[in-house]
Design a protein around this ligand. Structure first.
Ligand SMILES: [Fe+2]
Length: 139
């Protein structure tokens, strides 16, 4: 019997709206790779959103919110050099156009949101709390 086999995990496709302040008009599919549901021992939440041919008219799907911990966004486009995905990211009252490949460090208590606006690729969110909703401080 393997001791650590339970830590090798396949992702679940889950609704975006299972997390607070997030809505199901999000582009593409949300894959939950790691959270407390997938692995009760985990101290980390990780999702990958896969989205193709994002329309510039794509609506926002996340209300601005804050967490009680730092977190990270990764933007990885479908090209070999990871270009190919464009997003808008808001940190506090500042707006940024982010071209993949890119990481965004989101400090705790800083209000943030994002919108995928063009291209194809993967958006990754890593939060050092295994229950996303419990990491939320508010809007
Ligand atoms: Fe967040």
């Amino acid at each position: 019997m393997s001791r650590y086999e339970k830590f090798i995990l396949k992702p679940d496709v889950r609704k975006t709206s299972e997390i607070k302040y997030h809505y199901d008009n999000a582009p593409g599919q949300r894959y939950v790779f790691l959270d407390s549901k997938k692995c009760p021992e985990s101290s980390i939440y990780t999702i990958v959103r896969v989205a193709k041919n994002i329309s510039p008219s794509q609506d926002s799907y996340i209300d601005p919110h804050t967490h009680t911990c730092d977190s990270e966004f990764l933007f990885i486009g479908d090209n070999d050099d990871m270009t190919g995905l464009t997003a808008k990211v808001w940190l506090g009252d500042e707006e940024f156009l982010v071209e993949s490949p890119a990481a965004v460090f989101v400090p705790k208590d800083v209000k943030h949101t994002l919108q995928l606006i063009a291209g194809s690729g993967k958006f990754i969110n890593i939060v050092p709390n295994p229950e996303y909703n419990k990491s939320l401080k508010g809007k």
